[in-house]
Design a protein around this ligand. Structure first.
Ligand code: ARG
Ligand code: ZN
Length: 874
């Protein structure tokens, strides 16, 4: 059943042009296709024509106008094979499909009454018989016929070229997309939609019309997405010299969507959560997320659409590169250090966990059963880290030249990761041979580092030893080329010292290249004993172990010139304290707070730290999350982790109550809301302080929370304060606030998502019952992926409650997975993830989790859920 990268064969036939006509109907949409097909020169003249097709009712099939008889083709659940075809011909087919019955949200489906599509990766085969593979690229002409009342708006890729009225109240619009594209980039939208319009003039002076299409009640939530789109267009011109290539660029918001958004040519389709914002309904984080996703999809126009992937094993070619591009855009637009801190802390929590689990895979996998299971943190985020390393290795100028070559040489083609890396090697003259292992080797590399200062010779000896733990199917690992950016911070001067290696002066901040299993770097002319600052800016996606003392870390926290590593030193310092407390909790010993952490926080709040960038400061005052702490433990003890972290929060709040209060007061503001970096920084710092004060249920803090919830000034403050109230033990306060919020926002699905999440992430033990209760709430629906994520997905992240020792949390998740497996296999397969991490827990929980996995496995499963569950139980 698996597909293997090594089995790749170029297609025997290509489609040069695709003509489609959709006659829309919820239960019986007719799709007529006319494909102009040519045999490839290298192909065998007797090669059959293979077309994928699923959930299609075949109405008619003809070649060059002559209907085919049943003996001329073979039809099964997966598609159609026509035994003999000419070297050049047109294939005409008609099929019937049922968009209203499509709960998988792949292919053509209905969402809140409107028609929309999702074809990546293999959804187009649910629309018509077609060679559904990215290396078949055609120009498309699409006619959409709908009801003039119900579907006044009919959209597809490219430019509208014709429209008109038909009989029976029907009308049509014909669209033409002149850029050859694989069918996964096809899109169609039809419904009662309203638009906001703007224009953009490209660097060469062409005018592009920009449209965002939404349901009427959301017209006031598009401004930020539109502004983000224009900024993205400018950024790609200035940074990569890439310009938009059609006269029209459209974004559509749909409520039911499996992922964030999709880069269909000229017609991006977005999950409404990834595009709609309003100060009253969306948090700062949501505003920033929308900006990043709008940019991401827009950037795909070059990195993905103009140059696409040869096969789905190359997925990271477009996703890793495009995530890297959107990360750089967000860093340029907002606070760069904070963007990096956010991305890395998410990465180290979630991607490291993926690498350590049964579904670990390389950035370029070599086999899969179900490709939708491979839209993962490894393909996206680790892929982006690998591109970032490439960029740093060759330097921006060479990277930009390499990107230019890549876009020019492969324009209109479907290519491989080698093609991309070769452009970078060519542009820089670097040998990237060993570097390629980053694409084929799974798992998180770990570096054990040791340093020694030799007073007599003024030398610093740094030894780096790398190892990558075995992952499923890959027991032997080879050494990787790991760029370690570093500095040596003098303990006397508090300054970065000049790095001299093998007689060469490298400056105060340099990259050492670890290529072997073990290497020792001898730095000479080191005038004072240093503390090494390693892996600056997270220069490689690895775990770096160095035996820092707490004094070293406190020193780096205030003296490291690298903002990222200053933050990281704080996290490491907190981790050492947390480790002690976790051990104390397990051993039933009294917990004692490490005063070095308290002192460090005091410095941050009052001393040198208070003058730092407020957004960075807010990050530095945030303790590692329970999920991150769990990643650091050999066996996860959820209760001990929760208790230890709460103990630290409360200790800090008791010791520094006045300091937190002062920071809170100093950063309150009543200026009108804007999602600017300055305002966001102030709000996050203020809200972090409020969070500590609520850890001790400070009376004044409670009053501030109530004030913030009632002020309705912006959703960031309202949501944060409401969360703090609901997550406190003061049910007398949280109940009424929650009720009022739920009633006020009952009409807004995106706000109700937040209302669900706030409730099911509270640490109190009544949560499981609440999840069951809320699943019956009228605003909840299993068919809406956002709702499933907001309620059930969020609950599975609630560490103490999901991992209840009676196993009821696991059972609840398994019940939902089993039901969703029938409705929406892609979402079901994602939802099961927390259960697949059973190896990380104690024996009692392991047994309970495995039991639920076995239960799921007994069901008739989709290939999506099967693949994940089988790996988890292997
Ligand atoms: N290419 C899209 C993006 O990264 C995501 C596609 C989602 N595909 C899927 N099968 N869920 O923006
Ligand atoms: Zn993408």
């Amino acid at each position: 059943q698996p597909v293997y990268l090594s089995d790749y064969q170029p297609p025997a036939y290509r489609v040069t042009h695709t003509e489609l006509t959709f006659d829309l109907d919820p239960a019986a949409t007719r799709v007529k296709a006319r494909l102009l097909i040519e045999r490839n020169d290298q192909a065998d003249g007797k090669a059959p024509l293979v077309l994928e097709g699923e959930h299609l009712t075949l109405i008619s099939l003809a070649i060059d106008g002559t209907p085919l008889t049943e003996s001329e083709y073979r039809l099964d659940d997966h598609g159609l094979e026509i035994h003999a075809v000419p070297a050049s011909f047109s294939l005409e087919s008609e099929v019937e499909i049922a968009p209203s019955a499509n709960t998988a949200l792949e292919g053509l489906y209905q969402s809140s009454g409107m028609y929309c599509t999702q074809c990546e990766a293999e959804g187009f085969r649910r629309i018509t018989f077609y060679p559904d593979r990215p290396d078949v690229m055609a120009t498309f002409t699409v006619t959409v016929i709908g009801d003039a009342q119900r579907e006044p708006v009919l959209l597809a890729n490219g430019n509208p070229v014709e429209r008109g009225e038909l009989e029976n109240g029907r009308h049509f619009v014909k669209w033409d997309d002149p850029h050859p594209k694989p069918c996964y980039l096809f899109a169609l939208v039809a419904g009662n939609l309203h638009k906001v319009e703007d224009t953009f003039t490209t660097m060469s002076g062409r005018n592009v019309t920009l449209q965002i299409w939404v349901e009427k009640e959301n017209l006031d939530k598009t401004e930020h997405a539109m502004a983000s789109l224009k900024r993205s267009m400018t950024w790609d011109e200035q940074t990569y010299g890439r310009e938009y290539d059609l006269d029209l660029f459209m974004i559509v918001a749909v409520n039911d969507f499996n992922m964030g958004a999709m880069e269909n040519k000229g017609l991006n389709i977005f999950n409404s959560a990834a595009v709609l914002t309003h100060p009253d309904t969306a948090t700062d984080a949501a505003f920033q997320n929308v900006e990043g996703i709008v940019a991401h999809e827009y950037f795909h126009n070059w990195s993905g659409n103009r140059v696409t992937c040869r096969d789905w094993f190359q997925l990271s070619l477009k996703e890793g590169f495009t995530v890297f591009r959107d990360q750089c855009f967000s860093a340029d637009t907002n606070s760069a250090p904070v963007k990096r801190i956010e991305d890395v802390s998410f990465f180290r929590t979630a991607q490291f966990a993926e690498d350590a689990g049964p579904t670990a895979h390389p950035v370029r996998p070599d086999h899969y059963i179900e490709i939708t299971n491979f839209y993962t943190l490894t393909i996206y985020e680790k892929g982006a880290e690998v591109v970032r390393m490439l960029c740093n290795l060759v330097g921006w100028d060479a990277f930009r030249r390499g990107a230019d070559t890549y876009f020019e040489r492969f324009d209109g083609q479907a290519v491989t990761i080698e093609d991309f890396v070769n452009c970078m090697a060519e542009a820089s003259g670097e040998d990237l041979g060993q570097f390629m292992r980053w694409y084929s080797q799974a798992g998180t590399p770990e570096i054990d580092a040791y340093g020694e200062y030799d007073y007599a010779h003024s030398e610093y000896h740094l030894t780096l030893r790398q190892r990558t733990p075995a992952t499923p199917g890959q027991t032997q690992k080879q050494p990787l080329h790991i760029p370690v950016r570093m500095g040596l911070v003098g303990t006397k001067s508090g300054q970065d010292l000049t790095l001299t290696l093998a007689g060469e002066k490298l400056g105060k901040d340099a990259v050492v290249h670890l290529r072997d299993d073990e290497q020792t770097f001898v730095f000479t002319d080191v005038a004072e004993a240093p503390v090494p600052s390693l892996l600056r800016d997270f220069s490689a996606p690895v775990k770096m172990h160095f035996p820092y003392s707490r004094e070293d870390l406190a020193f780096l926290l205030t003296h490291d010139s690298d903002g990222f590593n200053r933050w990281d030193a704080g996290q490491r310092l907190a981790m050492l304290a947390l480790d002690d407390l976790i051990a104390a909790h397990r051993n039933g010993v009294e917990k004692v707070m490490d005063t070095r952490v308290t002192d460090a926080f005091k410095t941050l709040l009052t001393g040198a730290g208070a003058s730092a960038d407020k957004a960075v400061l807010a990050e530095m005052l945030t303790l590692p999350s329970e999920a991150y702490i769990a990643e650091q433990q050999p066996i996860v003890d959820v209760d001990a982790i929760h208790a230890a972290r709460e103990f630290v929060r409360q200790s800090l709040a008791f010791a520094l109550r006045d300091e937190f209060m002062a920071v809170f007061e100093a950063n309150r503001s009543d200026e009108p809301y804007a999602p600017t970096p300055e305002q966001i920084a102030k709000r996050s710092l203020k809200n972090v302080a409020l969070g500590y004060l609520m850890a001790i249920e400070d009376d004044q803090a409670i009053a501030f929370c109530q004030e913030q919830v009632a002020a309705k000034h912006n959703m960031t403050d309202v949501r944060h304060a409401l969360t703090l109230l609901v997550h406190s033990d003061r049910d007398d306060l949280s109940g009424p606030a929650l009720k009022a919020f739920g009633e006020k926002w009952a009409h807004d699905p995106l706000v109700m998502d937040q209302w669900f999440t706030i409730q099911v992430t509270r640490p109190q033990p009544d949560v499981l019952e609440r999840v069951e209760f809320l699943m019956q709430h009228p605003a909840f629906s299993l068919r809406n992926p956002n709702k499933v994520r907001a309620l059930v997905g969020a609950f599975a992240q609630n560490r103490v409650n999901f991992h209840r020792l009676d196993g009821k949390g696991y059972a609840l998740l398994a019940d939902v997975v089993i039901e969703l497996n029938r409705l929406n296999p892609e979402i079901a397969a994602r939802l099961v993830t927390p259960l697949t991490r059973w190896q990380r827990f104690d024996e009692a929980r392991q047994a309970l989790m495995r039991h639920q996995l076995e239960r799921i496995k007994q069901e008739p499963l989709s290939s999506n859920v099967y693949e994940v569950v089988a790996k988890a139980l292997a």
